[in-house]
Design a protein around this ligand. Structure first.
Ligand code: HSE
Length: 444
């Protein structure tokens, strides 16, 4: 490993702790992907924490950490828009790259912060500020860079979506579900940001800027929250074939009139509860999941989906930004900083690829047997002796010449075990045809 990159984490709440845990869990992968040594040199926390590696300096002087010579990248996860702004400003002016999850700060002061970063030739990265673990910032800025975005629609507040889903599915009262979202680390420090739609409006302002190339304009986002949605409305909507979701919309309107006053020219920015037909994908984004649907030319519609809040999801996005910066800091002389195969070539591993016989999936089996007493018992005995767990079984009435189709769903099993069980079943005198098998994989 050529170089060592030192990280400072400001704030050890849900997200900061998630970042520490992620680094502890995945350090080998982080090093193999970057070709660099990565270490947390300092954490900024009001209270000393016993669970932090004693080699890491803990301090409540966050400003000193943000400007320390012992730090290359400052990770700001304290939240808020006052001290966080000061500390990020100080880090930038001291030449530090910054990674932040702070959507409120960027939506309100991002224009100024990004200008300062340009001036000091440092990066301010913010993947974690929008849609939790979904890499939507990278997608919009990089993967869709050749497209013109027409509109986007997103469920971009995990807490709000969790509340709406629990109310609909379990009839739970709003306040109870909100308390659970807080306990799970989904909600903002001030949860009114979640329920009043302000958090979604912050995120929409960021998405709109990178979609349409406009300055951040949080103050122009029309904002309604979920607080007034009742179970009664949820149920009536359901009867009519709709789900109620809290959605942010950024829509570009463009007319050919050439008239600057034409109201058909402009961008609509709004977050509010919306009825969505129940067969649409966004209507089926539930719990803490977020999803962003982007309509762009010439690609068309693409959908991005994943956990929108919580320690692991947000830490994943924070560290994606950190990895981008680490790759720049470590390898800028090579001209490109993301390895072609994502890991540096000398770190590619020789982990073997499993053969088909070693793969593990559940199975759907269709067995055709003579309609004799004991047939089913023979089949289930063979499966049980092979250690195969039956999840469901269905025997249909005899359909031709005394043959009965037996349908079996199994829990995941190693393929070689299933192969030998099937061979035994097919060897039974009572079995009339080859066993039909289709894999059943709940990962998909
Ligand atoms: N409170 C936010 C949410 C956290 O629930 O979506 C992730 O930005």
């Amino acid at each position: 490993m050529s170089k060592s990159i030192k990280l400072a984490i400001l704030g050890l709440g849900t997200v900061g702790t998630g970042v520490v845990n992620l680094i502890n869990d995945n350090l080998d992968e982080l090093k193999r992907r970057s070709g660099c040594d990565i270490m947390i040199s300092m954490v900024g926390t009001r209270r000393q924490r016993d669970d932090i590696d004693p080699m890491i300096t803990q301090s409540d002087d966050l400003m000193a950490i943000a400007t320390s010579d012992d730090v290359d990248i400052v990770i700001e996860v304290i939240g808020g828009t006052t001290f966080a702004k000061d500390v990020i400003t100080a880090a930038i002016t001291h030449g530090k790259h910054v990674v932040t999850a702070n959507k409120a700060l960027l939506a309100e002061h991002g224009n100024e912060i990004f200008a300062l970063a340009e001036q000091h030739k440092v990066h301010v990265a913010y993947e974690a500020a929008v849609a939790g673990g979904i890499p939507i910032i990278k997608v919009m800025r990089e993967a869709l860079a050749a497209n013109k975005v027409n509109w986007l629609a997103g469920i971009i507040n995990g807490t709000g979506n969790f509340i709406m889903t629990e109310m609909r599915d379990k009839g739970r009262p709003f306040a109870d579900v909100l308390a659970e979202a807080q306990a799970l680390g989904y909600a903002e420090a001030d949860p009114t940001f979640d329920v009043e739609g302000i958090d979604a409006a912050h995120k929409l302002a960021l998405l709109a800027s990178i979609a349409f190339g406009i300055p951040l304009q949080f103050d122009k986002v029309y904002c309604e929250g979920i607080r007034d949605i009742t179970l009664q409305d949820v149920n009536y909507a359901e009867e009519l074939g709709y789900r109620i979701k809290h959605v942010g919309f950024a829509v570009r309107h463009q007319s050919d009139s050439g008239d600057d006053n034409d109201t058909a020219n402009g961008i609509e920015l709004r977050v509010h509860p919306t009825l969505i037909p129940e067969d649409k994908l966004l209507a089926n984004v539930n719990g803490v999941k977020n999803a962003v649907l982007v309509d762009s030319h010439p690609l068309g519609q693409t959908l991005y989906y994943g956990d929108g809040a919580g320690a692991g999801a947000t830490a994943s996005a924070v560290m994606a930004d950190v990895m981008d910066l680490v790759r720049v800091l470590c390898t800028n002389e090579k001209g490109h900083h993301v390895p072609h195969l994502a890991f540096v070539p000398e770190e590619l591993s020789d982990t073997p690829i499993l053969s088909a016989a070693q793969m593990t999936t559940g199975y759907y089996l269709r067995v055709h047997a003579h309609d004799n007493p004991g047939v089913l018992a023979d089949i289930t005995r063979i499966l049980s002796e092979a250690g195969i767990n039956i999840d469901a079984i269905l025997q249909k009435p005899a359909h031709k010449a005394g043959q009965v189709p037996v349908i079996i769903l199994t829990l995941p099993v190693v393929e070689s075990q299933m192969n030998s069980a099937i061979a035994k079943i097919e060897a039974l005198d009572t079995i009339t045809d080859k066993v039909v098998r289709i894999r059943l994989d709940e990962l998909a």
